[in-house]
Design a protein around this ligand. Structure first.
Ligand code: UT7
Length: 327
């Protein structure tokens, strides 16, 4: 009998502080009109100085556990997808585990930038299907504001902070995740990266003076690769599920740019009404974007228990992925 990865509950955490386009107009040479028409973003959430990725991740995880009616001790596995972990090590998942008091869980991070949450779902599906664990708390959490150069107008208008979580178990009642496709192409690594602070270029006064501890992005090139890789991820996932794109009730894409989302949906021949978009309010929250959007759509009852929901993402690496969920 086919098993499904049941999404028992979801949670999110978003900082209260809002950075709107008018605020950015005062920081760099840009305009509300440029940002809105070129990206679809009106505002994004930004953490206070003392808040780290694990704080948002733990809050989202706590909300998902409470909503599932589970105690922290019930959790077998914690995975955190992030590109902005609290530290190089230990993993942010271990820090989240301690914050939650999930004393029986194994905890580790997954590094796949904006596709990270879909990588986590796929790994959880395999580990639960093979019987290694009974359940998992999966979290996508980011504080991109901490690695954003607010004097670089080509990147600072895009990113926001936030976290989304799912508590999952296996099930066989036909509801939950039932297909996925992941891909990577490291030859595009330089299109989106953070140059300093790792073993290639350890942090030094020079790297800080040169701003190499901030995100560097070739936006134009990434745009083209994003549309291509998300289309491939969507088609391969739908094929694996033996469905057709017209059987997709709701597309939840990674929220990087409204123009990328529109190009993708046109290529897939999916009308606007079948696409969930919240980029206007949160900007690009990397690994958190898909679980935040899924949580919102589920809470607002945008889909029902028989809907086919296609999650699609791409990110630095480059990486891409698609996941199909029923209900
Ligand atoms: O999660 C994955 C991460 N990233 C992405 O997915 C990003 C993918 N790429 C993009 O979303 C788009 O490429 C951007 C939004 C980053 C840029 O949009 P674009 O339409 O590709 O603009 P562009 O880079 O071709 O720049 C067009 C013009 C340039 O001026 P000139 O050279 O034509 O005079 C830029 O300097 O727009 C200028 N520009 C800006 N102007 C006002 C770039 N950023 C800004 C800005 N405000 N914030």
């Amino acid at each position: 009998m086919k098993t499904y990865l049941k999404i028992l509950a979801t949670g999110i955490s978003l900082p209260e502080k809002v950075l709107c386009n008018a605020d950015l107009e005062r920081m760099v040479e840009t305009s509300d009109d440029w940002i809105l028409t070129r990206t679809g973003i009106r505002e994004r959430r930004i953490t206070e100085k003392e808040v780290a990725t694990s704080d948002l991740g733990a809050d989202a995880g706590r909300m998902a556990l409470a909503s599932a009616g589970k105690n922290p001790e019930d959790v077998d596995l914690i995975m955190v997808a992030t590109a902005t972990g609290d530290q190089m090590f230990p993993s942010t998942a271990c820090i989240v585990q301690a914050k939650l008091g999930a004393v029986n869980a194994t905890a580790f991070d997954i590094s796949a930038a904006c596709s990270g949450f879909l990588y986590c779902l796929t790994v959880a599906y395999s580990l639960l299907s093979s019987g290694v664990y009974r359940n998992a708390l999966i979290i996508g959490a980011e504080t991109l504001s901490k690695i954003t150069d607010y004097s670089d107008r080509s990147t600072c208008v895009l990113f926001g902070d936030g976290a989304g979580a799912m508590f999952v178990e296996l099930g066989n009642d036909g509801k939950g995740m039932f297909a996925s496709h992941l891909g990577s192409d490291g030859s595009y690594a330089s299109l989106l990266n953070l140059p300093a602070g790792g073993s290639r270029m350890p942090a030094s006064q020079e790297t800080v003076a040169n701003g190499q501890h901030y995100i560097k992005m070739n936006g134009n090139e990434l745009f083209k690769v994003a549309v291509r890789s998300m289309e491939e991820a969507a088609r391969r996932t739908v094929d694996k599920a033996e469905l057709d794109t017209d059987e997709i009730d709701l597309l939840i894409p990674h929220q990087a740019n409204i123009r990328i989302i529109n190009s993708l949906r046109k290529r897939l021949d999916i009308e606007k009404e079948r696409v969930y978009v919240n980029i206007e309010r949160f900007g690009n929250t990397s690994a958190a974007s898909v679980p935040i959007a899924y949580h919102e759509a589920r809470t607002a009852k945008v889909f029902d228990k028989n809907s086919n929901i296609l999650l699609v993402a791409f990110g630095g690496g480059i990486t891409w992925g698609g996941v199909l969920i029923r209900g």
